[in-house]
Design a protein around this ligand. Structure first.
Ligand code: BYC
Length: 317
């Protein structure tokens, strides 16, 4: 079969909402786009453990500590599912991790902001995980089978994470005046970066059009961002917190909230490596990777020993 027919069959499969599986034929550009997006997503999960990990030893109660520990552990697990999904596309995990550490690969802009106090852990759960879910529920129907299946499991866990964050903020907002001020301060700092998680505006998103045609992305960056704002503003009202956007206003005609301009210059700057925590995050990630080398070596040695033993057993049988 020639390339054109293969490509037409591939697109027809996508248009019929069938999943593409690892051994199916796929255009090289589809494979590359998936490797880029899924590995960026995996890196985000792993780097996303850092700002929260800082607070495990300082959580205000045993209950909060256990919940945060479980959340951070889930994120490590999400990274593993996603690295595994990327590997089905014929790339090695070590290579992906090297690209992250060398600064070649991107990870979500949001994790380059600092978590300054306990209220930030609430804001991360509510806003960051809330934005992640909004984006990831759409990805449960993405066209590549292994990615879609990983996302189903991830989304189930993310919804606990979001509730964990909201509950922290609810407690603070029902607490003392100082606690409420802490919650408001955290929202003031995390609101705009959370909106940036959805990526640049549709008019400035080079990958969107093709990714939507391939149904890797099911909704555009702006559609998901708007949906997130519409869902989150009433939740902020319930907490009694003010969303830090003076232009935020319900638009009856559109059936959506209007909102003020996003500082895309700040976004681009963070992507270039100049955010508040980019350097610190990469330093911590590389250190953790180096310190974990013995665990990877021990796991490999164990796996090799087991497979040698299995070979011996089957040759005797
Ligand atoms: N940060 O053409 P576009 C989580 C890049 S949640 C950094 O629109 P695309 C977690 C983009 O990669 C976060 N880079 O791209 C939550 C592209 O760069 P290149 C992770 C960004 O791919 C809680 C360029 O800008 N979630 O993990 O069509 C706790 C142009 O953009 C960002 C995911 O990764 C950004 N915010 O759409 C722990 C979800 N936005 O490679 C962990 C999966 C854009 O062309 N990913 N860029 O140079 C996606 O859905 C899509 O990749 C995006 C971007 C919507 C993010």
């Amino acid at each position: 079969m020639n390339e054109l027919t293969l490509e037409q069959e591939f697109q027809a499969k996508i248009d019929a909402d069938l999943k593409i599986e690892p051994k199916d034929w796929m255009p090289d550009a589809y494979r590359k786009t998936l490797i880029r997006q899924i590995s960026q997503h995996a890196h985000s999960e792993i780097v996303g453990m850092l700002p929260e990990g800082n607070w495990i030893s300082r959580a205000p109660s045993l209950r909060r500590k256990v919940a945060l520990l479980a959340k951070v552990q889930d994120e490590g697990g999400h990274g593993l599912y996603l690295y595994s999904a990327t590997e089905t596309l014929g790339i090695d995990r070590e290579e992906l991790i090297e690209d992250l550490h060398s600064g070649k690969a991107k990870y979500s802009s949001i994790f380059n902001y600092p978590s300054l106090n306990w209220a930030d852990i609430g804001a991360i759960g509510w806003l960051v995980d809330g934005a992640a879910i909004m984006n990831q529920v759409a990805l449960c129907r993405t066209s590549y089978g292994p990615y879609a299946r990983a996302m189903v499991r991830i989304c189930k866990e993310e919804s606990f994470h979001q509730r964990q964050g909201y509950e922290i903020l609810l407690s603070l907002c029902r607490g003392t005046e100082v606690q409420k001020r802490m919650a408001q301060d955290a929202i003031n700092r995390w609101w705009w970066p959370s909106l940036m998680m959805f990526g640049p505006p549709d008019t400035d998103s080079p990958n969107s059009e093709q990714s939507m045609k391939w149904r890797i992305k099911r909704q555009s960056n702006d559609e998901l961002r708007q949906r997130f704002i519409d869902m989150t503003v009433p939740q902020a009202d319930f907490l009694g917190l003010v969303v830090p956007d003076p232009q935020l206003k319900w638009n009856e005609e559109r059936g959506h909230y209007d909102f003020g301009p996003i500082d895309w210059e700040e976004f681009r700057n963070v992507l270039k490596g100049n955010g508040q925590c980019n350097r610190q995050r990469m330093k911590d990630r590389i250190k953790a990777h180096e310190e974990g080398a013995w665990v990877r070596e021990a796991a490999m040695a164990y796996a090799e020993k087991r497979s040698r033993r299995q070979e011996q057993v089957s040759s005797v049988a």
